[in-house]
Write a protein that binds this ligand. Structure first.
Ligand code: BGC
Length: 488
């Protein structure tokens, strides 16, 4: 995207300069954030229970996939907006095929008061999918092993369970936090008599890492830049102090252990992130104030809301849309929380027309507002500040994990709507990494030693590979969780 250089009236230019400063993320700030991030990763590995820190959830995947895994696995991915159901055929030789369906989450389900509605919706989608795969009936004796990608923070004492620590991404369903999600899902599955058994509960970041590693052995992290923000990497068991004395004897000290960092909660303790008044408001008005501090400044779920808050405050100051009365329908739209999503900013940033015609149409379609060129230019500039800040902050978790693990050359597998669809996001993220690592500025993005690359079909395949790795361990009689009687 090219930000037009035309001038704005003095009042708007003054405001643009102010926002540019407020949303700025100079390299010194990023460096400070990365260094605090490294100590927080270590703190979480020692004790992940402090709500001001990062949980560093142990995922019980203790093997790297090598691409030779085979078998047929069912996988589901309960994300922020969709439920994806996938049948994955792992063929070995780093190859796989999939059959899949997407089931859009019914809007109100995110905040339903009846948790069974969520698990029944998942179970029903699974049942429909399995029946579609078997139009002539499911063969007698079939039990589908299921990798359940549940992209919320869970405490796992073994791979096939997970106690939800807290909802994120606007989900708020009572009666699930503090409970193991697997029996809740199994109850809904069993009610329908679908022959399915959950063999692994998986975070999307873990699935992303393992799926990419199945085909690319330079992959060291899996990251999501989407409705939520998070990353996973393999740690050495000996570096995870909170596991000391709690592992079965078959797990050697130098065994790898996949860690779902849950770094969306980085800086809940409010030590380093430069928050604007809009960030503070978003946090205060969210269902979980004080939680997911990093996510609230970087994920797609909040970017539209940040822009909307800026626009509302400019409107109230009389700097934009002066011809609309406070009670006008258009202003009611504008003052509706979360009416704008990240695609609004992305489309504004992608508008290359000389008069920003596409932004004009977007405003009309989304809010019914007729805009002047200056108002559109103002929107474009503020969007670019918010989008750039999100990308530059997002890479701090990656930089921290790579520095901590001494990864100098590797691939970071990335998935999520912001990474895949937000205009210029991958370039800005790469620039952020380059600034933090101090790479030669003449290097092109694809020459950077650490590259954020598009993940290999994310969670479906990853969940299947993780299920296959768990199966293989089980067949060898190896442990898949804490030793009996131990607690996390
Ligand atoms: C969740 C993580 C998830 C991330 C990306 C966050 O809100 O807490 O578990 O990995 O979103 O989906």
């Amino acid at each position: 995207m090219v930000v037009p250089t035309s001038t704005l009236p003095a009042n708007l230019q003054h405001q643009v300069d102010k926002y540019e400063k407020q949303f700025a993320t100079p390299t010194e700030t990023l460096n400070k954030i990365v260094s605090h991030f490294i100590s927080e990763l270590d703190r979480g590995n020692t004790d992940g229970t402090d709500p001001s820190g990062i949980p560093m959830n142990v995922a019980w995947v203790m093997d790297y996939p090598d691409g030779s895994e085979t078998g047929d696995y069912l996988a589901i991915d309960l994300g922020g907006t969709n439920l994806r159901v996938v049948m994955v055929h792992l063929l070995g030789n780093h190859k796989f095929t999939t059959e899949q369906e997407k089931y859009p989450l019914p809007g109100p389900i995110r905040t339903t008061k009846v948790k069974e509605e969520l698990f029944d919706f998942i179970a029903q989608s699974l049942d429909d999918f399995v029946k579609k795969l078997n139009p002539n009936g499911i063969p007698e004796g079939t039990v589908y092993p299921l990798g359940f990608t549940f992209s919320y923070p869970c405490t796992q004492t073994s791979i096939d369970m997970g106690i939800l620590q807290r909802w994120t991404k606007g989900f708020d369903i009572p009666g699930v936090e503090g409970h193991d999600c697997v029996p809740m899902l199994m109850e809904s599955i069993n009610k329908r008599g679908t022959p399915i058994k959950v063999v692994a509960l998986i975070n999307d970041t873990c699935g992303t890492l393992v799926a990419s590693r199945y085909t690319d052995n330079m992959t060291e992290m899996g990251c999501i830049f989407g409705t939520g923000v998070n990353g996973a990497y393999y740690e050495r068991v000996s570096n995870i102090a909170k596991l000391e004395g709690k592992l079965c004897d078959d797990i050697p000290k130098d065994s790898p252990m996949l860690i779902n960092c849950e770094y969306g909660s980085f800086d809940n303790g409010r030590k380093v992130l430069p928050r604007t008044i809009y960030d503070v408001e978003i946090d205060n008005e969210s269902p979980r104030p004080g939680q997911q501090a990093f996510e609230k400044m970087t994920s797609g779920y909040y970017l539209g809301e940040l822009l909307r808050k800026v626009l509302v405050s400019e409107y109230k100051m009389g700097n934009i849309f002066p011809e609309y009365e406070a009670g006008a329908r258009e202003i009611e739209y504008l003052t509706t929380p979360y009416i704008l999503d990240a695609s609004f900013l992305s489309l504004c940033e992608a508008d290359n027309t000389p008069d920003l015609r596409e932004t004009q149409m977007l405003y009309k379609a989304k809010l019914g507002i007729e805009t002047t060129y200056e108002e559109r230019l103002f929107t474009l500039k503020v969007s670019s500040f918010i989008g750039t800040r999100a990308a530059r902050l997002s890479i701090c978790g990656i930089a921290a994990a790579c520095k901590k693990m001494n990864y100098e050359t590797c691939h970071i597998a990335a998935d999520g709507s912001v990474f895949l669809r937000y205009t210029g996001f991958p370039e800005r993220a790469a620039q952020g990494l380059s600034d933090v690592f101090g790479w030669d500025p003449s290097l092109k993005m694809d020459e950077h030693p650490i590259q954020i690359v598009k993940a290999q079909d994310g969670s479906g395949v990853g969940a299947a590979v993780i299920a296959a790795l768990a199966d293989a361990r089980q067949k060898k009689g190896l442990s898949l969780g804490l030793k009996a009687g131990a607690h996390l």
